[in-house]
Design a protein around this ligand. Structure first.
Ligand SMILES: [Zn+2]
Length: 221
Protein backbone atom coordinates (compact mmCIF):
# COMPACT_ATOMS: atom_id res chain seq x y z
CA UNK A 1 0.00 0.00 0.00
CA UNK A 2 1.20 3.43 -0.80
CA UNK A 3 -0.30 6.68 0.33
CA UNK A 4 -2.14 8.50 -2.41
CA UNK A 5 -0.56 11.71 -1.27
CA UNK A 6 2.85 10.49 -2.42
CA UNK A 7 1.30 10.60 -5.88
CA UNK A 8 3.54 7.96 -7.39
CA UNK A 9 3.21 8.22 -11.15
CA UNK A 10 1.82 5.17 -12.91
CA UNK A 11 2.10 4.54 -16.63
CA UNK A 12 -0.39 6.83 -18.22
CA UNK A 13 -2.47 7.54 -15.11
CA UNK A 14 -2.35 10.64 -12.99
CA UNK A 15 -4.04 10.35 -9.63
CA UNK A 16 -5.74 13.59 -8.65
CA UNK A 17 -6.59 13.89 -4.95
CA UNK A 18 -9.49 16.30 -4.54
CA UNK A 19 -10.60 18.15 -1.39
CA UNK A 20 -7.10 17.79 0.06
CA UNK A 21 -7.42 21.22 1.65
CA UNK A 22 -9.81 19.93 4.32
CA UNK A 23 -7.19 18.64 6.79
CA UNK A 24 -6.46 15.80 4.39
CA UNK A 25 -9.83 14.38 5.36
CA UNK A 26 -12.63 13.54 3.01
CA UNK A 27 -10.22 12.97 0.16
CA UNK A 28 -11.80 11.63 -2.98
CA UNK A 29 -9.70 10.85 -6.01
CA UNK A 30 -10.13 11.49 -9.66
CA UNK A 31 -7.93 9.88 -12.28
CA UNK A 32 -6.61 11.28 -15.54
CA UNK A 33 -5.83 8.64 -18.15
CA UNK A 34 -3.29 9.68 -20.76
CA UNK A 35 -4.55 8.05 -23.92
CA UNK A 36 -2.04 9.69 -26.28
CA UNK A 37 -4.57 11.39 -28.56
CA UNK A 38 -6.90 12.36 -25.73
CA UNK A 39 -7.23 12.52 -21.98
CA UNK A 40 -9.95 10.64 -20.16
CA UNK A 41 -11.04 11.85 -16.72
CA UNK A 42 -12.50 9.37 -14.27
CA UNK A 43 -14.75 11.14 -11.72
CA UNK A 44 -14.81 14.83 -10.96
CA UNK A 45 -14.41 15.37 -7.22
CA UNK A 46 -17.06 17.03 -5.09
CA UNK A 47 -17.11 20.70 -5.97
CA UNK A 48 -16.17 23.60 -8.22
CA UNK A 49 -12.88 23.78 -6.29
CA UNK A 50 -12.19 20.16 -7.23
CA UNK A 51 -12.92 21.00 -10.87
CA UNK A 52 -10.14 23.60 -10.58
CA UNK A 53 -7.79 21.00 -9.05
CA UNK A 54 -8.51 18.67 -11.98
CA UNK A 55 -7.95 21.41 -14.56
CA UNK A 56 -4.63 22.27 -12.91
CA UNK A 57 -3.69 18.57 -12.98
CA UNK A 58 -4.26 18.47 -16.74
CA UNK A 59 -1.75 21.30 -17.10
CA UNK A 60 0.65 19.54 -14.71
CA UNK A 61 0.66 16.62 -17.14
CA UNK A 62 1.86 19.00 -19.84
CA UNK A 63 -1.46 18.67 -21.64
CA UNK A 64 -4.02 21.21 -22.79
CA UNK A 65 -7.55 21.45 -21.45
CA UNK A 66 -8.74 20.77 -25.00
CA UNK A 67 -7.14 17.30 -24.79
CA UNK A 68 -9.77 16.24 -22.26
CA UNK A 69 -12.41 14.61 -24.46
CA UNK A 70 -14.20 12.16 -22.19
CA UNK A 71 -15.19 11.91 -18.54
CA UNK A 72 -16.22 8.56 -17.12
CA UNK A 73 -18.32 8.80 -13.96
CA UNK A 74 -18.00 5.65 -11.83
CA UNK A 75 -21.27 6.39 -10.03
CA UNK A 76 -23.80 9.04 -9.15
CA UNK A 77 -22.63 10.14 -5.68
CA UNK A 78 -21.95 13.83 -5.22
CA UNK A 79 -18.30 13.41 -4.21
CA UNK A 80 -17.67 11.92 -7.66
CA UNK A 81 -19.95 14.14 -9.73
CA UNK A 82 -19.71 17.49 -7.91
CA UNK A 83 -17.03 18.95 -10.17
CA UNK A 84 -18.85 18.00 -13.36
CA UNK A 85 -20.99 21.12 -13.65
CA UNK A 86 -18.05 23.51 -13.61
CA UNK A 87 -15.92 21.28 -15.83
CA UNK A 88 -18.75 21.06 -18.38
CA UNK A 89 -19.24 24.81 -18.26
CA UNK A 90 -15.53 25.44 -18.82
CA UNK A 91 -14.29 22.64 -21.09
CA UNK A 92 -15.63 20.65 -24.05
CA UNK A 93 -15.86 16.92 -23.38
CA UNK A 94 -18.42 14.14 -23.30
CA UNK A 95 -19.61 12.14 -20.32
CA UNK A 96 -19.95 8.38 -19.92
CA UNK A 97 -21.96 6.70 -17.17
CA UNK A 98 -24.06 3.61 -16.54
CA UNK A 99 -27.70 3.79 -17.56
CA UNK A 100 -28.93 3.22 -13.98
CA UNK A 101 -26.95 6.14 -12.53
CA UNK A 102 -27.33 8.37 -15.58
CA UNK A 103 -30.61 10.06 -14.54
CA UNK A 104 -29.19 11.18 -11.16
CA UNK A 105 -26.00 12.45 -12.81
CA UNK A 106 -28.02 14.36 -15.38
CA UNK A 107 -30.18 15.84 -12.63
CA UNK A 108 -27.25 16.93 -10.48
CA UNK A 109 -25.21 18.65 -13.18
CA UNK A 110 -27.88 19.61 -15.69
CA UNK A 111 -25.89 18.19 -18.61
CA UNK A 112 -26.59 15.20 -20.81
CA UNK A 113 -24.67 11.97 -20.35
CA UNK A 114 -23.68 11.41 -23.97
CA UNK A 115 -22.41 7.83 -23.59
CA UNK A 116 -24.74 5.61 -21.62
CA UNK A 117 -23.22 2.19 -20.90
CA UNK A 118 -24.45 -1.10 -19.41
CA UNK A 119 -21.05 -2.71 -18.74
CA UNK A 120 -19.18 -4.91 -21.19
CA UNK A 121 -18.11 -2.03 -23.41
CA UNK A 122 -14.48 -1.53 -24.38
CA UNK A 123 -12.84 1.83 -25.03
CA UNK A 124 -9.94 1.68 -27.48
CA UNK A 125 -7.65 3.89 -25.38
CA UNK A 126 -4.59 2.87 -23.33
CA UNK A 127 -4.48 -0.56 -25.00
CA UNK A 128 -8.16 -1.09 -24.20
CA UNK A 129 -10.31 -0.04 -21.26
CA UNK A 130 -13.03 -2.48 -20.24
CA UNK A 131 -16.14 -1.09 -18.61
CA UNK A 132 -17.35 -3.43 -15.84
CA UNK A 133 -20.74 -3.09 -14.20
CA UNK A 134 -20.07 -3.43 -10.44
CA UNK A 135 -23.42 -2.61 -8.80
CA UNK A 136 -24.16 -2.44 -5.09
CA UNK A 137 -22.54 0.77 -3.87
CA UNK A 138 -25.01 2.24 -6.35
CA UNK A 139 -27.10 0.38 -8.91
CA UNK A 140 -25.14 1.85 -11.80
CA UNK A 141 -21.63 1.71 -10.39
CA UNK A 142 -18.95 0.93 -12.98
CA UNK A 143 -15.28 0.03 -12.65
CA UNK A 144 -12.62 0.25 -15.33
CA UNK A 145 -10.11 -2.46 -16.16
CA UNK A 146 -6.97 -1.51 -18.07
CA UNK A 147 -5.39 -4.88 -18.90
CA UNK A 148 -2.27 -3.50 -20.58
CA UNK A 149 -1.13 -1.74 -17.44
CA UNK A 150 -2.72 -4.36 -15.16
CA UNK A 151 -4.82 -1.78 -13.37
CA UNK A 152 -8.36 -1.75 -12.01
CA UNK A 153 -10.03 1.54 -11.20
CA UNK A 154 -12.61 0.32 -8.72
CA UNK A 155 -14.32 3.59 -7.80
CA UNK A 156 -16.22 3.00 -4.56
CA UNK A 157 -16.93 -0.70 -5.20
CA UNK A 158 -13.83 -1.38 -3.12
CA UNK A 159 -12.42 0.83 -0.39
CA UNK A 160 -9.15 0.46 1.43
CA UNK A 161 -9.05 0.24 5.20
CA UNK A 162 -5.47 0.50 6.32
CA UNK A 163 -3.61 -2.34 4.66
CA UNK A 164 -6.72 -4.18 3.58
CA UNK A 165 -9.24 -3.85 0.86
CA UNK A 166 -12.90 -4.25 1.74
CA UNK A 167 -16.20 -4.19 -0.06
CA UNK A 168 -17.95 -0.85 0.16
CA UNK A 169 -19.45 -0.74 3.69
CA UNK A 170 -23.13 -1.65 4.00
CA UNK A 171 -24.21 1.77 5.20
CA UNK A 172 -22.81 3.34 2.05
CA UNK A 173 -24.46 0.88 -0.34
CA UNK A 174 -27.82 0.98 -2.05
CA UNK A 175 -27.63 -2.86 -2.18
CA UNK A 176 -24.94 -4.40 0.08
CA UNK A 177 -25.50 -7.96 -1.20
CA UNK A 178 -25.03 -6.82 -4.77
CA UNK A 179 -21.86 -4.99 -3.69
CA UNK A 180 -20.40 -8.24 -2.32
CA UNK A 181 -21.46 -10.15 -5.43
CA UNK A 182 -19.77 -7.56 -7.63
CA UNK A 183 -16.46 -7.97 -5.81
CA UNK A 184 -16.81 -11.77 -5.91
CA UNK A 185 -17.32 -11.50 -9.66
CA UNK A 186 -14.20 -9.35 -9.95
CA UNK A 187 -12.22 -12.00 -8.06
CA UNK A 188 -13.69 -14.78 -10.23
CA UNK A 189 -12.62 -12.93 -13.37
CA UNK A 190 -9.01 -13.65 -12.38
CA UNK A 191 -7.84 -10.35 -13.72
CA UNK A 192 -4.08 -10.08 -13.93
CA UNK A 193 -3.72 -7.01 -11.72
CA UNK A 194 -0.79 -5.15 -10.27
CA UNK A 195 -2.77 -2.13 -9.15
CA UNK A 196 -6.15 -1.30 -7.76
CA UNK A 197 -7.03 2.35 -7.61
CA UNK A 198 -9.95 3.34 -5.39
CA UNK A 199 -12.01 6.46 -4.87
CA UNK A 200 -11.25 6.66 -1.17
CA UNK A 201 -8.21 5.47 0.76
CA UNK A 202 -4.85 4.12 -0.24
CA UNK A 203 -4.29 2.53 -3.60
CA UNK A 204 -2.58 -0.80 -4.17
CA UNK A 205 0.43 -0.47 -6.42
CA UNK A 206 1.72 -4.02 -6.61
CA UNK A 207 0.48 -7.53 -6.06
CA UNK A 208 -3.11 -6.37 -6.22
CA UNK A 209 -4.42 -9.85 -7.03
CA UNK A 210 -3.44 -10.97 -3.53
CA UNK A 211 -5.15 -8.04 -1.86
CA UNK A 212 -8.30 -8.65 -3.87
CA UNK A 213 -8.30 -12.37 -3.12
CA UNK A 214 -8.11 -11.73 0.62
CA UNK A 215 -11.30 -9.67 0.78
CA UNK A 216 -13.48 -12.69 1.56
CA UNK A 217 -10.83 -14.75 3.34
CA UNK A 218 -11.92 -16.17 6.67
CA UNK A 219 -10.38 -15.24 10.01
CA UNK A 220 -6.73 -16.01 10.63
CA UNK A 221 -6.04 -19.40 12.21
ZN1 LIG B 1 -19.85 6.68 -3.55
Amino acid sequence: MVSILKDIPIDGIKIVPCRVAINNKGVVKSFLLDAADRLILVDTGASDADADIIMDAVKDMGREHADLKLCVITHRHGDHTGGLKKLKKTLKFQVMAHELDMPAIHKSCGYEVEHVVKGGERLPDCGGIDVLHTPGHTAGHISLHLPRIKTLIAGDAIVSAGEHLVVSPTYLCSDPDAASESVKRLIAMNLNLDRILVGHGDDVYEGANNNLGRIFAGPRE
